[in-house]
Ligand binder design. Structure first.
Ligand code: PLP
Length: 414
């Protein structure tokens, strides 16, 4: 049976074409990049090439890219590593985050809260899954040292205003703004919401981290990246590279206490021999992002997503959890609602028919727990327990979407 893969937010499998180019590169380059001989030098050249490709894809400097085992590690660094770097005791530091962050952000913050009394403000989101800018500004305190907000949600696909928040912080820290309209909006927000005790020095001290795993390579950089971001985490396997590779963009001048100690790799910021296959793979993918071809692919995927959204919204017993606007081009999340209907059963039915989908976050699927993201929208537990996420890529076809819709319709009518 030919499989239909609709779980690209969990892992977007590498194409055959990518694997072939990767194999060719790896054949020549597997030495240790730290070794002085020719194989080591080859490996080091590949490492540099990949770093350049990732830096270019984000329009940042090569020295600002740190290779890691994935975005989970990047998010641990951006929380535990960043907060431990400041000499202030943990209980005197304050973090602002949101209720819909990925566990790779939530768990390290919870760990520091429980073990060292870190002060945490977890902001609620609107009923349709968006973080409110005013809420962030209102909650900034003199003790705030970290603000961490995701660029796009992995379960429901909502794109968060991290670009705007970054631009606001950049203006407030350094007085730099791109337009008069922005200046007026930012000034109004400050007058209405920013605690008058907060100075520009306080704002310069706050580290603004963005978990951009689901936005990177899916939406235009200019719609989510800002000079106000101090760090950004990205992950290779969400955009078609091998698994087990991720990167942290860390703005020049920002520091953290490394979590893994040993050799001097990654300029003493992450010890351990580099995952060269993963890094080369990630670099090859990054080279093709944000090109004209990439733009065409995005509009193709957006059309498939819109077909899904339109058709699903017509069905009885389906509640869409993905709103209509400001969403990723590839993500659709819905719940099945009805006495005999279960998200779990529909997932099994889809699986039996060769369709790979998920109930939401890969980390919580398998254990029929309600989705914390759907609960955070204020939805009932029954809706949060019966979710299905379909996440698409360019490899999907119109026929695959039609087949998926027809299986869902059949399930609902039986
Ligand atoms: N952050 C978000 C928003 C994610 O969706 C994921 C993976 O699902 C991660 C972080 C963790 O990424 P990785 O699998 O590279 O550790």
């Amino acid at each position: 049976m030919k499989h239909i893969y609709l779980d690209h937010n969990a892992t977007s499998p590498s194409s055959d074409e990518h694997l072939s180019s990767l194999f060719l590169k790896l054949k020549d380059s597997i030495g240790n990049p730290s070794s002085p001989h020719s194989k080591g030098r080859n490996a080091s050249v590949c490492l540099t090439e990949a770093r350049k490709a990732i830096a270019n894809s984000l329009s940042v400097d090569v020295g600002e890219i740190i290779f890691l085992s994935g975005a989970t590690e990047a998010n641990n660094i951006a929380t535990i590593g960043v907060l431990n770097y400041t000499k202030t005791p943990m209980h005197s530091q304050h973090v602002i985050t949101s209720s819909i962050e990925h566990p790779a952000i939530k768990e390290p913050i919870l760990f520091l809260k429980n073990s060292q009394n870190l002060q945490v403000t977890e902001l609620n989101v609107s009923f349709d899954g968006f973080i409110q800018i005013e809420d962030i500004i209102k909650n900034i305190k003199p003790e705030t040292t970290l603000l961490t907000i995701m660029a796009a949600n992995n379960e429901i696909g909502t794109i968060q205003p991290v670009k705007f928040i970054g631009d606001y912080l950049h203006y407030m820290r350094w007085g730099i703004v791109t337009s008069q309209t922005d200046k007026e909006t930012f000034d109004l927000l400050t007058t209405n919401y920013l605690n008058s005790e907060i100075t520009k020095e306080h704002l310069q001290k706050i580290h603004f981290h963005v978990d951009a795993v689901q936005a990177y390579g899916k939406i235009e950089l200019e719609n989510w990246f800002s000079f106000g971001h101090d760090s950004v985490s990205i992950s290779g396997h969400k955009v078609g590279s091998l698994q087990g590779i991720g990167a942290l963009f860390l703005r020049r001048g920002r520091k953290y206490l490394p979590l893994i100690l040993g050799g001097a790799q990654e300029k003493n910021r992450r010890a351990g021999t580099e995952n060269l296959p993963g890094i080369i793979s990630f670099g090859l993918i990054a080279k093709d992002l944000y090109s004209e071809h990439w733009r065409n692919e995005k509009s193709y995927i957006t059309n498939l997503r819109d077909t899904l959204l339109t058709e699903l919204s017509k069905l009885p017993n389906i509640e869409l959890n993905t709103p209509i606007n400001n969403i990723l081009p590839n993500t659709v999340n819905f719940s099945v609602q009805g006495k005999k209907l279960k998200g779990e059963d529909l997932l099994v039915e889809l699986d039996l028919q060769g369709i790979c989908a998920s109930s939401g976050s890969a980390c919580s699927s398998g254990a029929n727990l309600p989705s914390k993201v759907i609960l955070a929208l204020g939805k009932e537990t029954s809706q949060a327990k019966n979710t299905i996420r379909l996440s698409l890529a360019y490899s999907n076809t119109k026929e695959e979407i039609e087949k998926t819709l027809s299986i869902i319709k059949n399930y609902l009518s039986n």
